[in-house]
Design a binder for this molecule. Structure first.
Ligand code: DGJ
Length: 615
């Protein structure tokens, strides 16, 4: 296999790549001679990871049509023992919360999404852990699906105390007809084992995902620090306003300006225009190419928002092709955010999307794309439809990302409702949540990091009071939380004071220093915002020479004395210097005694340490 080959080719779907790994795949062929079904099971192991990738191909070798009612990617029996299941449910603004449940005999944990996408309601990543497991101890198995459609993970203890865990596509409304000679391929499930807690498992996933899943060259490059206009202006922007924001952005060292929703068709609010991907010249007289050129003149790259999978009933596209919206014959499809979903099972619809997006990208200097999807899918016309839609989505993504390899693509779905390995295969970062409040983000980013690499978690500094929950936080706290992800700003920068702009300038310099570490380093979760009044995480470079430590005290208390925070993964024989203060500490002290954070006397206070080993 070559570097860019998948370890197991799955037609129309992404799968783990061979990369620089030594990987081996075992294919087991099972046959049901009575009904004429052949099942090929694929098991891939990697020399450097405690990972097992599983997928299956089902072949109809009979003379009659077969109907698949369910086709999981993996089914694993774990020996007798005590097990907890940890899953990541949520909603808009509260994506990937964390819930831990002890499994008992007779109780079936069915963790699923039937919303058409991987969803904010339940992420396609689940952990099975020994009851004593925590960040540093205990056995853990992660199950992550390389898939962006309806999914299901089932965990059930049998009469002998064995635990069976199955993960794959959701059997709900799945039924898939296989004509004689036809076959069906399941997506890949990536199982990761750790005998030293969640932390070790996460580090394995992070390395595997960035080295063996992400196809984008941007996975291995520093990301531009961006400013997005969405929370700054929403739909109420003019070219003049955007350029005024861009002037300030360029002044403080921001690299890229993202124009979000509202630049096309008739789109003054969210009630119309989706599908008409032609610039609205009333708002943007210079067009997208002209605006991009003006941004470039200011020294900024230019990025653009799209929501290509959707159509507004009030759009020229819908008026021309009402049949392109997903619907059940003779029934009115349900609107959500006033919009319908395009039928990506139709090749001509995929062609339209590819063409119309490509036209914009080929004719303007767009260097970043935010690819949004703002509603779930309903009114699916037939069994198996959701899989056909998902294949259409992957076809579009693979063609567009290959056609424009220089563009940095960011996934998004009404916040973080499509955060999964299928998306990450094409887009190296995903907007984690529309909830941009730093304190809400502690939990969101903490749990997202369980499986997904931190540099893939797009995180912005937004205004205070926060637009989603009204919380007031300092500019320092907002940036300190956002450094761990793909960092940017999303506010009306023209309203910032000179003092704030000076702080922003310094934050950007620091983020640029930290980027390489965040992209390649080992991530440690130190204090959980779920269990404590604190949140702390740490990133250590592979050579253990660079360290970033973040600590947040959520609520202030009278009469407190902060406990030292113990770092992990350092070289205890090295001496580390805090580059922000010049103070030096032995590695052994940082690991076994810990370092005491200094907080301002307020709620939502943070402290960060940027440490480098002293030669
Ligand atoms: C949802 C996204 O999460 C937001 O960031 C923004 O792009 C809006 N959609 C625009 O409609």
């Amino acid at each position: 296999k070559n570097h860019h080959d998948a370890v197991v080719e799955i037609t129309g779907m992404p799968a783990l790549l061979k990369g620089d790994s030594k990987a081996d795949t075992l294919e087991v062929v099972l046959e049901d001679a009575i009904i004429g079904l052949e099942v090929h099971l694929f098991y891939t192991v990697f020399e450097e990871y405690n990972v097992l990738a599983r997928s299956a191909v089902l072949v109809n070798q009979s003379q009659e049509e077969l109907c698949l009612r369910s086709a999981y990617s993996a089914s694993v029996d774990l020996p007798q023992g005590e097990y907890d299941v940890i899953h990541f449910p949520g909603s808009w603004g509260r994506e990937r919360d964390q819930v831990r449940t002890h499994l008992t005999m007779g109780l079936k944990a069915e963790l699923e999404s039937a919303r058409g996408g991987s969803s904010a309601q339940l992420n396609p990543f689940v952990m099975i852990a020994s009851p004593d497991a925590d960040e540093v101890h205990g056995e853990v198995y992660g199950f992550a699906l390389v898939y962006s459609g309806n999914h299901s993970t089932v965990a059930k203890i049998d009469q002998f105390g064995y635990l069976r865990v199955q993960q794959g596509m959701n059997p709900h409304q799945f039924e898939w007809k296989l004509a004689p000679g036809e076959h069906f391929e399941t997506p890949q499930c990536v199982i990761c084992y750790s005998d030293a807690g969640f932390g070790q498992m996460s580090r394995e996933y992070h390395d595997l995902i960035r080295n063996n899943l992400m196809r984008s060259a941007w996975a291995k490059k520093d990301r531009p620090v961006l400013i997005n206009n969405w929370e700054g202006t929403y739909f109420g922007f003019t070219e003049e306003k955007l350029l005024a924001m861009a002037d300030k952005a360029a002044e403080v060292g921001i690299d890229l300006f993202v124009l979000d929703d509202g630049w096309f068709g008739k789109r003054d609010d969210d009630r119309s225009g989706l599908g008409d991907w032609f610039v609205n010249k009333k708002k943007l007289p210079s067009g997208i190419d002209g605006l991009a050129a003006k941004m470039n003149e200011k020294g900024l790259k230019f990025g653009l928002w799209f929501e290509p999978e959707m159509v507004s009933p009030d759009s020229d596209l819908y008026r021309a092709h009402p049949d392109w919206a997903i619907h059940v014959e003779e029934r009115e499809p349900a609107l959500s955010r006033h919009q319908l979903v395009l039928d990506l099972s139709k090749p001509e619809v995929c062609e339209y999307v590819i063409q119309v997006v490509s036209d914009i990208l080929a004719n303007a200097n767009v260097e970043y794309v935010k690819w949004d999807m703002n509603r779930q899918i309903t009114d699916m016309p037939c069994n198996g439809y959701n899989h056909k839609y998902t294949l259409g989505y992957y076809k579009i993504m693979s063609i567009i990302t290959e056609r424009f390899p220089h563009i940095l693509f960011e996934g998004c779905s009404s916040g973080g409702a499509r955060f999964d390995l299928g998306v990450l295969a094409y887009m190296p970062q995903i907007w984690a949540s529309d909830n941009s409040d730093a304190i809400a983000r502690l939990k969101i980013q903490y749990s997202t990091s369980m499986c997904y690499p931190i540099a893939s978690i797009s995180s912005h500094v937004t205004a205070s009071p926060n637009h989603q929950n009204g919380r007031l936080t300092s500019l320092k706290t907002r940036a300190d939380v956002a450094y761990m992800g793909a960092f940017g700003y999303e506010l009306d920068i023209t309203k910032m004071t000179d003092e704030e702009l000076q702080i922003v300038k310094e934050q950007i310099v620091l983020d640029k220093q930290l980027q390489e570490l965040m992209r390649n380093g080992d991530f440690y979760r130190i204090l959980s915002p779920y269990d404590t009044n604190y949140c702390s995480w740490e990133v250590v470079s592979k050579d253990k020479k660079k360290v970033f430590l973040f600590v947040c005290r959520v609520l202030n208390k009278a009469q407190t004395k902060e406990s030292p925070v113990k770092l992990q993964g350092l070289d205890e024989d090295k001496v580390y210097r805090n580059t922000l203060t010049g103070q030096e500490y032995p590695g052994s002290m940082l690991m076994y005694k810990g370092i005491r954070p200094h907080f301002r006397w307020e709620d939502f206070a943070t402290d960060i340490f940027v440490l480098e080993s002293v030669e």
